[in-house]
Ligand binder design. Structure first.
Ligand SMILES: [Zn+2]
Length: 276
């Protein structure tokens, strides 16, 4: 039995959950699904951030995004219900991600000047606000489609060095595709932000509800606008090479409780769903 499968089984046995919505693996950058048996719908918090809750009375599941920088060991969620508040513990298992070295020709994208830094800090605040949006809706499915067909040029979680300098780990998947290739919405939602950002280039954020947000970066053109409601598979724009890039690709992130998690946990039916 490989390690990943082994971890799944440990979780199944310990937590008694049934992964009807998403796969889970309690690792940095992963997703922990934790059973909450309250009758009324609880509110769940992890590191003071509101957490997605799915399921039914008596059989709720907290779907917890775990930060790439999370320390292995015991973590806890806080459960607030009409009866009482309580906490539940879960274990984050260590995961070693590979290292990646990238050479960027435009040196300002690695060592920005003072004006760039002012722009970056403004954008960072705005992006944090977009990522913290919460829509209280029921979710029927957490199944996502791959937004672009193509080669994974950089997987999730890589420990990154740009021009030999350490930077944040890779909080998404890079899919290499020709400039102009259409990008599809991973699932239904509302466009909560579009913009041109220093590092991310032309970017779209889609809010799917309960803190699940997808982000599409380095786009060539954007074909949606803020406030627009979209369906799964709708075209939101096309692949480009705007922002900090070495070539045309889509950087795609999935955000849960304001943290980026590996999108692969939500893609159980990639092969069939991406064909339309
Ligand atoms: Zn990327």
């Amino acid at each position: 039995m490989n390690n990943k499968l082994f971890n799944f089984c440990i979780l199944w046995a310990c937590l008694g959950f049934y992964p009807s919505f998403a796969l889970s693996e309690s690792i940095p950058g992963g997703v922990a699904i934790i059973a909450v048996n309250d009758e009324t719908r609880p509110q769940v918090f992890y590191e003071d951030k509101k957490v997605m809750v799915i399921g039914n009375p008596g059989a709720w599941q907290a779907v917890v995004g775990i930060n790439l920088n999370a320390k292995p060991g015991l973590h806890q969620i806080l459960i607030k219900s009409s009866q009482a508040n309580k906490s539940l513990q879960f274990t984050v298992i260590e995961k070693q991600y590979k290292t990646q070295h990238i050479n960027i020709k435009n040196k300002r994208k690695v060592n920005p000047n003072k004006l760039d830094m002012e722009r970056i800090n403004r954008e960072k605040k705005l992006i944090e606000t977009v990522k913290s949006n919460w829509r209280n809706i029921e979710l029927d499915s957490l199944d996502l489609i791959l937004p672009v067909q193509g080669r994974y040029s950089s997987p999730f979680g890589l420990r990154r060095f740009f021009n030999q300098q350490a930077r944040k780990p890779h909080g998404g998947i890079d899919i290499a595709a020709a400039e102009g290739t259409p990008i599809k919405a991973a699932t239904a939602g509302i466009i909560t932000n579009t913009g041109n950002y220093f590092f991310n280039g032309n970017t779209v954020f889609i809010d799917h509800g309960q803190g699940m947000i997808t982000m599409y970066c380095h786009m060539n053109n954007i074909e949606v606008s803020e406030g627009e409601k979209i369906n799964k598979g709708d075209i939101i724009g096309s692949v480009g090479q705007t922002g900090r890039v070495t070539g045309p690709h889509l950087h795609w992130s999935v955000i849960l409780n304001q943290t980026t998690v590996n999108p692969e946990f939500f893609m159980s039916s990639v092969d069939t769903e991406t064909e339309h």
